[in-house]
Design a protein around this ligand. Structure first.
Ligand SMILES: Cc1ncc(COP(=O)(O)O)c(C=O)c1O
Length: 353
């Protein structure tokens, strides 16, 4: 097992083309009120909701590599999928616009919303993205990667007939497939771990990083980053949609692909991938009273706006783990705010009911 310095890792990452879409580094600071209330020495927030691309979020970091890859393949159109209020899809449409590309978003109606043109969809429409809304036949679950790519291929063949060159990429830019041959989303989150390590160099590495896990690339990149840097930081993923036994192989696969892509001499095993699935609530994209409450509490205590689908659940997880004594009082904890705030407006009815 080898450990790498931030500079060594950056050298490996810099071999991959990247377009600048973000304002980095994002701020990292102590949440004074919540730290005090939870009796924790340091509970910090990493503000990846402030990455700077159309409302920001974790996907802007990933898209710097994904868009560069698409441009290097001569693509003029990005085609991807997500759920109705997918943050990934909005970020993809925004990144595509910045790079002069068209985007086609296949949005699966995995839940019902009373205000369909709110939140991410509103901004996607203003961006001029092409939206294809698709009913799901799977009781609110998104189709698997294979089914989704089949649908994307149908859309892509229509585009090719019109002389366009589409680039197909999976939801969240996490799993390889379509035109993305390398785990570029996770690569971006390895970079984030370097950023966190540099920001905490003076005060000591974090004991825990807490993140919402959806398509897995964010957690995978952070896990590889912490291991490669030789940090003892544990990365905790709070599942937002599926059980941990479904997520573990996915996160492990992405992490393994990243290790192989960069030729790192490290091993990622099951113990490195810490997941909690106790906070799924009523399922993906379903707003519960607990979610409304946490959004309101964190807003009132820290003036920090969480989202109802990802960061709200991750914060419920963090607070519950803290109350159950999972952390010790001396632990330094970093909560990654991965964005998603525009979705808040689309879920207004549920949040206020
Ligand atoms: C706001 C937000 N947070 C967290 C995640 C999870 O990131 P990942 O898909 O890389 O697991 C997503 C997307 O899925 C997201 O939109």
């Amino acid at each position: 097992m080898t450990t790498y310095s931030p500079d060594q890792l950056e050298k490996l990452i810099n071999k991959y083309p990247r377009v600048r879409l973000t304002c980095l580094p994002t701020p990292l600071y102590r949440l004074e009120n919540l730290s005090g209330e939870l009796g924790l020495r340091e509970m910090m927030v990493k503000r990846d909701d402030l990455t700077g691309l159309a409302f920001g979020g974790n996907k802007s970091r990933k898209l710097e590599f994904v868009l560069a890859d698409a441009l290097s393949q001569g693509a003029d159109t990005i085609i991807t999928w997500g759920s109705l209020q997918s943050n990934w899809c909005l970020q993809t449409a925004a990144a595509a616009r910045r790079c002069g590309l068209k985007s086609i978003l296949v949005l699966f109606k995995t839940y019902e919303l009373s205000t369909p043109d709110q939140g991410n969809i509103l901004i996607e429409k203003l961006l001029g993205a092409e939206l294809r809304l698709v009913e799901t036949e799977t009781g609110g679950k998104s189709p698997d990667q294979e089914q989704a790519f089949r649908l994307l291929e149908e859309v892509a063949s229509g585009e090719r007939k019109n002389g366009r060159n589409p680039y197909l990429v999976s939801v969240g830019g996490s799993m390889t497939g379509g035109n993305m041959g390398k785990p570029l989303g996770a690569l971006a989150y390895l970079m984030e771990m370097i950023e966190i390590a540099r920001q905490t160099a003076g005060s000591g590495e974090p004991d825990y990083v807490i993140v919402a896990t959806g398509s897995g690339g964010t957690q995978a990149g952070l896990v590889v980053g912490a291991k490669a840097l030789g940090l003892s930081t544990r990365i905790v993923g709070i599942c937002v949609s599926d059980r941990k036994e479904d997520f573990l192989p996915r996160v492990k696969k992405i992490a393994g692909e990243l290790v192989e892509t960069l030729g790192l001499r490290i091993n990622i095993d099951d113990r490195d991938i810490i997941l909690f699935d106790d906070y799924l609530g009523q399922g993906y994209g379903r707003v519960t009273p607990e979610i409304s409450k946490i959004i309101s509490t964190v807003l009132q205590k820290e003036a920090l706006v969480l989202d109802p689908v990802y960061t709200g659940k991750a914060m419920i997880g963090l607070l519950d783990l803290s109350q159950k004594g999972y952390f010790s009082a001396s632990d330094r904890i970093v909560f990654v705010h991965t964005g998603g705030t525009p979705a808040l407006f689309a879920f207004a009815d549920q949040l206020l009911s």
